[in-house]
Design a protein around this ligand. Structure first.
Ligand code: GTP
Ligand code: MG
Ligand code: ZN
Length: 306
């Protein structure tokens, strides 16, 4: 019987099938795509399940090919990676201006991972009910300028208070599998609860001491919404990029992608090569210097891990 994994705890999986939800375990090992994974099965995966003979339990026997996935390096063991969710139609990156501030570098890394599968991404600035001063408002302005220029939507919301989120969000979610991602404490679960009150996801105040989130959500889980699904995930601290070669990286920066093939050398990495069109466009202001910084930072980080 086929089904879709809607919750994963690492030791068991909730699979939605034609005949309802079944709690399943993995039998044996799953090796796949040469990926070293901390989680062999991820929320969003399509799988086949079978009932164990004479037992009330189910097992996952097979995982169907993934159309796409969002993956990050596992923080503790950097040669391992973790699939955040698979088979998604769009990704909403929830960001905040302060407590914690989401950095542009973090946003760019996330977008590299969505671009690598051409998954549409939207940046959602949450906690707009709070008061912001000069620097934070400038930062908000930067986010709009940088990402809207690239074609990403940037929405400002408040998951608390009187903001009418259902009207704003439901049309975006209809019939789609949507991932909510972002740092811990940005309000992913609060937003999900607002849209799907039955979900009743646990939320928690940010630690006053560190102004960081406390990783309240520990497992990814997806909830039915309007013919689609909304996926709540644990907050991520850093977003390590995986398996992208130096020559490939610029393909995942839309503002560079359109000039590729125009550089003098076809293996140009756009660092200091003569006749580099990307550097020319940067000089002319068609590529944002912050974005170019992120590009260089990711290149350097990739080197460290080889
Ligand atoms: N002022 C304000 N606070 C918010 C808003 N959204 C969420 N919060 C608060 O931020 C804190 C963290 O919210 P959560 O929803 O638990 O954050 P999360 O992103 O799910 O965090 P993790 O599960 O750890 O990844 C809670 O105290 C929420 O009440 C908002 O729009 N405005
Ligand atoms: Mg949460
Ligand atoms: Zn170049």
């Amino acid at each position: 019987m086929q089904g879709r994994v809607i919750k994963s705890t690492g030791s068991w999986y909730l699979v939605k099938t034609e005949s309802g939800l079944v709690k399943s375990r993995l039998r044996g090992k799953f090796k796949q795509d040469n990926l070293k994974l901390t989680n062999p099965i991820a929320v969003g995966d399509y799988v086949t399940v079978a009932k164990e003979e004479g037992q009330p339990t189910w097992t996952i026997d097979e995982i169907l090919p993934r159309e796409n996935y969002i993956i990050r390096k596992s923080t503790r063991k950097s040669h391992f990676s973790h699939i955040i969710a698979s088979n998604i139609d769009q990704a909403f990156l929830i960001v905040t201006l302060k407590n914690p501030r989401t950095s542009l570098g973090f946003i760019d890394r996330f977008l590299v991972s969505t671009e690598s599968f051409r998954i549409p991404a939207t940046i959602i600035v949450n906690k707009m009910d709070l008061e912001y001063k000069g620097k934070d408002l400038e930062y908000l302005q930067d986010i709009h300028e940088i990402y809207e220029y690239l074609g990403y939507d940037v929405l400002e919301i408040s998951a608390l208070g009187e903001y009418d989120l259902k009207d704003q969000f439901l049309p975006l979610l209809r019939g789609k599998t949507t991932l909510l991602s972002g740092h811990s404490g940005v309000g992913k679960s609060t937003l999900l609860n607002k849209i799907i009150p039955e979900a009743d996801q646990f939320t928690q105040e940010i630690s006053k001491f560190s102004s960081k989130g406390v990783h309240t959500t520990t497992f990814a889980e997806m909830f039915d919404i309007d013919g689609g699904y909304l996926i709540d995930t644990p907050g991520i601290k850093e977003f390590g990029i995986l398996d992208v070669s130096d020559y490939e990286l610029s393909h995942y920066f839309p503002e560079m992608r359109k000039y590729l093939g125009q550089c003098k050398y076809n293996n140009c990495r756009h660092i200091n090569e003569p006749g580099c069109v990307v550097l020319e466009k940067l000089e002319e202001g068609h590529i944002h210097p912050y974005r170019y910084d992120s590009y260089i930072n990711i290149l350097n980080e990739e080197d460290d891990h080889r």
